[in-house]
Design a binder for this molecule. Structure first.
Ligand SMILES: [Zn+2]
Length: 254
């Protein structure tokens, strides 16, 4: 184990990509230095599966929510609401706007985003935000509700990063930081004050270099951290420690 205290603040271990080895893989996390994991929900069903996983591992917590690519019926929102007061549920997410994959249902996306921001407010929970190709509209809605939370998988400009940090939001950094095309992420990492950074994978997606096109998992975070340390001219373990503290504060996790 090279690092300790790794907190993966965004993962999808309920995903079918982990069907063959989910329990063994999660069990092996602490000995690989991954001491905390937050699962993000995409649908009511996925959120329920995540919650079941969180109940089985003391170092795993979860967010429940409906991803903007999966918005549909109100019944899903009722199921999400019913899970919200569980002690392992520490956030509402991932929620937001995504016009990259689908932009013919903008009104429905916005409606569900607002409903879930209100849910987070009423349960005093932070939100995990997924905003893609909709950053200006997303920012307007976030300004209205002023939630606590994190902008997951930051890939925007440093100017936009400043807008979200001004609102007290954390930014999540993952494997994308290692990609040669990640110019904006690098610029954001050169600027961002360390108290607003958290680490994440979005696994099974977005593995860092040199694992591209493989299934990602939290044990790959050291590769992301070493790239971030290089960009910020800092010590990797120190970054891991600061990000862990930030994540604990954000999600009120021991
Ligand atoms: Zn995600």
């Amino acid at each position: 184990m090279k690092y300790t205290n790794i907190f993966d603040t965004h993962s999808h271990y309920a995903d079918k990509a982990f069907n063959k080895d989910r329990m063994e893989l999660l069990s092996s996390m602490p000995e690989e230095g991954v001491t905390r994991i937050m699962l993000a929900g995409c649908t009511a069903e996925d959120s329920a599966k995540s919650l079941t996983l969180a109940e089985q591992f003391p170092f795993v917590w979860c967010a429940v929510g409906i991803h903007p690519n999966h918005v549909n019926e109100e019944s899903d929102l009722q199921q999400i609401t019913a899970m919200t007061s569980h002690e392992k549920v520490r956030a509402i997410g991932e929620i937001g706007l995504d016009y990259y994959r689908k932009d013919d249902n903008k009104d429905l996306q916005k409606k569900m985003f607002r409903a879930q921001l209100e849910l987070a407010k009423s349960f005093d929970l932070p939100v995990i935000l997924h905003i893609r190709d909709a950053i200006a509209e997303g920012l307007e809605i976030v300004k209205e509700y002023r939630p606590r939370g994190v902008m997951h998988c930051w890939s925007g400009s440093v100017e936009m990063a400043k807008e979200f940090v001004k609102l007290g939001l954390y930014l999540g950094f993952g494997g994308v930081a290692t990609y040669p095309t990640a110019r904006k992420v690098v610029e954001t990492l050169q600027w961002i004050p360390s108290e607003f950074m958290v680490l994440e994978t979005d696994c099974p997606y977005l593995p860092p270099v040199p694992f591209r096109r493989q299934r990602c998992d939290s044990q790959m975070i050291p590769y992301t951290v070493e790239r971030i340390a290089e960009i910020r001219n800092a010590d990797p373990q120190e970054i891991v420690d600061i990000c862990c503290e930030n994540g604990k504060k954000l999600f009120r996790i021991p």
